[in-house]
Design a protein around this ligand. Structure first.
Ligand code: DON
Length: 305
């Protein structure tokens, strides 16, 4: 495995030259586009890292997987999916149009920004501080990494410039999708996106999902098996936004990307994978990260289809 990962990182380094790091959150423009790393956690307890797997990056949209799990634990699936739909979209991750034209009372899914902000609003905690405390605690428990924290520079940068998310959130307040203080909910959302992790952390979250809700290394149950199934299914249909179809064909693994350059991929009953490469394509997904996952899936026959 180590030799395979090393050769995959070497083959695909050339793709780090393509695409651009995210700039719409100004702080993210400081990322080094040459980085490329992978970490694999198998369900029988083996772990392998290659390339820049120790470099920290912010979770961004990968955090939506964590908050969906927590919202499900807090409210149960019925209440969550009464507020947020589970349908894929061909629009971009921060699209405004589908929110108005499809169903103003129901964002399309928990992986696009509108649905994710609504999901965060459902997490228990009377203030953004309380919510983010619980989100951090939950993330640390899954990863076993007590040092996971918020990158406050990234948080401030997004808070200052996140007008599109602000528009989505105020629109959802007007249509009754979200209750409570909009700015406070946005603070929690911006903070969850600014949680700083490595490939290892996201590979561990993926391994728990691959293992049907149990931590493979300790046997501790994090979520019920049927919640893990819900989350993985939504990752397949919506996790890579308007590139979810192509990702299903070429990689075939439940995955979730973030504009920090990370991709979390959970191979049911086999392994959790975390990849990182900050240069993105137009759809907000890591170009080199996608290539790495494509080659690994082909080599190990990982597609679930
Ligand atoms: O809300 C945003 O726009 C960012 N904090 C997260 C978006 C994101 O990661 C989309 N993923 N590829």
């Amino acid at each position: 495995m180590q030799i395979l990962l090393s050769s995959i990182i070497n083959h695909n380094r050339k793709y780090t030259k393509e695409g651009e790091v995210a700039t719409y959150i100004p702080e993210l423009s400081k990322a080094d586009k040459n980085h490329l790393g992978i970490y694999v956690v198998t369900l029988d307890g083996e772990e392998y890292g290659e390339g820049d797997y120790n470099v920290k990056f912010t979770m961004q949209s990968i955090s939506k997987v964590v908050t969906l799990m927590l919202a499900l634990l807090d409210n149960g699936p019925e209440k969550v999916f009464e507020k947020i739909d589970m349908e894929p979209t061909a629009d971009t991750f921060n699209s405004i149009s589908s929110l108005e034209t499809r169903n103003p009372q129901k964002p399309l899914n928990p992986m696009i920004n509108s649905g994710a902000i609504a999901t965060t609003s459902l997490i228990y905690g009377e203030s953004s501080e309380k919510k983010i405390e619980r989100i951090l605690k939950f993330t640390r428990r899954i990863t076993g990494n007590k040092d996971i924290n918020i990158n406050y520079d990234v948080f401030k940068s997004e808070k200052e410039t996140g007008h599109r998310n602000r528009a989505l959130a105020y629109y959802m307040k007007s249509t009754g999708v979200i209750d409570g203080d909009v700015e406070d909910i946005l603070d929690a959302y911006f903070m969850q996106c600014s949680m700083e992790v490595t490939c290892k952390d996201i590979a561990r979250i993926a391994a728990m999902l691959a293992n049907n809700g149990l931590l493979p290394w300790s046997g501790e149950r994090i979520i019920p098996a049927h919640y893990a199934r819900i989350v993985k299914t939504i990752m397949v249909t919506c996790g890579m936004y308007d590139e979810s179809g192509e990702f299903a064909v070429k990689v075939g693994i439940p995955g979730k990307s973030g504009v920090g350059g990370g991709i979390l991929a959970a191979v049911p009953n086999r392994m959790g994978i975390g990849v990182f490469g900050p240069a993105l394509n137009k759809k907000g997904n890591s170009i080199a990260g996608l290539k790495v996952l494509e080659e690994l899936s082909r080599e190990l026959d990982l597609s679930i289809f």
